[in-house]
Write a protein that binds this ligand. Structure first.
Ligand code: ZN
Length: 422
């Protein structure tokens, strides 16, 4: 069971090297399951008993099932499609030493820099071309080892192992080719996108780690891959969502872009995307605004974003009492300052849900002298207020291009999500 789930997870991640690919992968799966695609640009003719999905910017997605009978509020599961990386700048080619060709990139989100060195990388995302009067996104994944960020040799920096402050503009530019290859980068991008170089009018392209996911450890208990944060939650939520009955409440599954840069974009968790979709559902059911508010008050949201497991070499960095570990179950996150929006009520509801689903849960709070991270829940709550719990699957090396998690935990979240939507 676990190995099949992990295989499914790694397959999902491999098909999703960028936020755009993640949304395409999820959309394709939903379509297979009979979900009908909607466009924000057209009127929605919604029918009870049907399932739909809609995307925004090709990088965020919301799916929903309207039950045949009058729903008792919304059940919402939210995760994110993006991960920290490096974005290709406009006109990125830079010649170095009259011999090399490297690419100009800028940081996206709060990445760990060191693990990006000395491993094969490539580029994925989208290019924008004009078809008639429409600007159309074309997905592109250069599916071969294309780039590398080579380390400086120890002989040229004897202090390298004593800590290093990375300068993104100087240290992190990937080597692409030789000076004679000048002008070829976008030729290559165009070739993989199936368009002509001169047709590309815009692009959103990111570096990704080419190293495939692997299952390892004494009893194959660990899984490592790029983008476990947050595709592990996106995958588990989707599987549980599709397995569930989805008959009592309006079942909503969302994946938002831009969590790693604060969510305040037109398609992020702080946008009106979720609110717009929920209001259109209510309108589709011929309900008024008061009924929308009643539905919200009866709703519950799971904000699922991976959590920190206690690190075997850095136990002192975790709270002295709460020490989630890999394969220990789903992590409920708490923060007094509401970076995580779990409160007494939502914690109680989620613990009860885990009990019903027969899965273990663990608790996370930051050390009181460490700032910690933030996530989707409290941000989404400012637009659509409802009981919300922040949870995640325990992992190590968060924001590395190769992260580590436990093979059992994905299954736990699938079962919890199924229970949630049943
Ligand atoms: Zn995350």
């Amino acid at each position: 069971m676990e190995s099949k789930t992990t295989e499914g997870l790694l397959n999902f991640i491999e098909k999703s090297p960028s936020c755009f690919h993640a949304v395409k992968t999820i959309g394709d799966r939903l379509k297979e399951e009979g979900f009908l695609p909607l466009s924000e640009k057209q009127r929605w003719d919604l029918k009870r008993g049907n399932s739909y999905y809609v995307t925004r910017n090709d990088s965020s997605l919301i799916a929903f099932t309207i039950p045949a009978k009058a729903p008792e509020g919304f059940r919402i599961f939210a995760s994110h499609s993006d991960s920290p990386s490096f974005k290709i700048k406009e006109e990125p080619e830079i010649t170095a030493e009259k011999h090399y060709l490297k690419l100009n990139v800028e940081g996206y989100g709060g990445m760990l820099c060191a693990p990006w060195f000395d491993r094969p990388l490539s580029v994925a995302g989208r290019v924008v071309v004009k078809e008639g009067e429409e600007y159309v996104s074309k997905l592109v994944n250069i599916d071969r080892d294309l780039l590398m960020i080579p380390s400086l040799a120890i002989h040229m920096n004897r202090e390298a192992n004593k800590g290093y402050a990375y300068n993104l503009q100087k240290d992190m530019l990937p080597l692409y080719g030789e000076a004679s290859d000048s002008g070829s980068f976008f030729e290559e991008v165009a070739r993989w996108a199936g368009v002509l170089r001169e047709e590309i009018l815009g692009h959103d392209l990111f570096l990704y780690n080419r190293m495939k996911g692997t299952v390892w450890g004494a009893r194959q208990e660990f899984v490592s891959s790029g983008r476990l944060d947050d595709l592990q939650c996106a995958y588990a939520g989707l599987e549980g969502y599709l397995m569930a009955e989805r008959e009592k409440t309006t079942a909503v599954y969302c994946v938002f872009d831009n969590e790693e840069v604060g969510s305040a974009t037109k398609q992020g968790a702080e946008s009106t995307f979720l609110q717009d979709v929920l209001m259109r559902i209510v309108k589709g059911l011929q309900w008024d605004y008061e009924e929308y508010l009643i539905q919200l008050a009866r709703s519950f949201m799971i904000s699922a974003d991976n959590a920190h497991a206690v690190h075997p070499n850095y136990g002192d960095c975790a709270d002295p009492v709460h020490r989630p570990c890999l394969n220990g179950g789903i992590v409920i996150k708490f923060n007094a300052n509401q970076k995580y929006c779990t409160d007494g009520v939502s914690a109680a509801m989620f613990k009860d849900l885990c009990k019903k689903a027969g899965v273990a849960c663990q608790l996370f709070v930051n050390r009181s002298d460490v700032a910690g991270g933030s996530t989707l829940g409290n941000i989404a709550n400012t637009k659509v207020a409802m009981n919300t719990v922040d949870i995640g699957l325990p992992q190590l090396a968060m924001h590395s291009p190769y992260e580590t998690a436990g093979v059992k935990d994905t299954e736990a979240l699938i079962l919890a999500a199924k229970e949630f939507f049943d």
